[in-house]
Design a protein around this ligand. Structure first.
Ligand code: ATR
Length: 281
């Protein structure tokens, strides 16, 4: 029994599945913890973070739009946080606030789970989007052996900034949004990191004709679980990877750091999340 308190801070945060995941693991492992969703406006973020340790919080996950602010607030950062410039987990310690990025490990573990995803060693990947999620995904792809990334983003300058950020680690080529032939030629995997395809947003209207048959298609959007992109990819025979994998796996190191137990991602957890998404739809 440790009675630790943690949670997730976002704006908005009502859609977050993190409380469902952490509470599932409380039950599974008999951990005496609490995990709450905190809606915190960006302008109040640092003030609220200052108050949480005083209120007994062990730490907090942070989600959109606070990941950069959390990075700035941390007094120590793990390697993935330093390399991505984003923090999604703050742990309140005696010596200060340590910041971690568990999204990179989350996507890497999701890739490893996806048996249908072929070898990525020395292959090219295409990443759609150039936000924080794209940075995490690119780092995970590089760890998996991908040797070149094509970044395609509506706003080209943001893609160029990400390419520049990773220039020393992996060659990134910027391709204009719409140049799908150039973007997809010879790729082993396509990953959507944009918010397109999320419930309530426009679908990702990207033609897949130029995608090699052997390419895997991954989406980090998890609501709906089968996005229009994944639906079309599956219909064309591509191996697909949905966003629940990354979501569940990024929570593993977070739960371990917060509650001292390394949990497992199970089929039952996935089924529970799908049920909750259906109830909320
Ligand atoms: P995150 O940090 O979660 O990745 P973000 O920084 O807001 O979030 O990034 C969202 C991504 O979705 C961006 O790549 C964004 O493209 P821009 O950089 O051009 O804004 C992309 N995106 C959002 N709406 C889009 C749309 N209607 N068409 C194309 N891309 C879109």
């Amino acid at each position: 029994m440790n009675g630790k308190i943690a949670g997730v801070a976002g704006w908005p945060v009502a859609q977050s599945l993190s409380p469902v995941i952490h509470r599932y693991w409380f039950d599974l492992y008999g951990v005496d913890g609490s995990y709450v969703a905190l809606a915190i406006e960006p302008e109040n973020f640092s003030q609220c973070m200052g108050a949480l340790p005083l209120m007994g919080f062990a730490g907090i996950n942070v989600t959109v739009p606070h990941k950069q602010a959390a990075f700035a607030l941390a007094t120590a950062r793990d390697e993935d946080a330093r390399r991505t410039g984003a923090v999604n987990l703050l742990i309140f310690g005696q010596e200060g606030i340590s910041g971690a990025n568990t999204d990179v490990r989350g996507f890497a573990a999701s890739l490893a789970d996806g048996r249908a995803v072929g070898a990525l060693q020395n292959r090219t990947a295409c990443v759609l989007g150039a936000g924080g999620a794209a940075r995490a995904v690119i780092l995970a792809l590089q760890r998996r052996g991908v040797s070149e990334v094509r970044i395609v983003n509506r706003t080209r300058e943001r893609a160029a900034a990400v390419a520049q950020h990773y220039a020393a680690e992996i060659p990134c080529q910027v391709v204009d949004w719409g140049d799908w032939q150039q973007a997809f030629e010879g790729v082993a995997i396509l990953v959507n990191t944009t918010s397109l395809g999320m419930r309530g947003k426009a679908p990702l209207a990207v033609p897949l004709d130029a995608l090699p048959e052997s390419a895997a298609v991954a989406d980090i959007v998890y609501n709906p679980v089968e996005t229009d992109l994944l639906h079309r990819a599956r219909a064309r025979g591509h191996a697909t990877l949905d966003g629940l994998g990354m979501l569940m796996h990024q929570a593993v190191p977070a739960f371990a750091a917060l509650f001292g137990v390394t949990p497992e991602v199970t089929a039952e957890l996935r089924a529970r999340l799908i049920r909750v998404l259906q109830e909320r739809a």
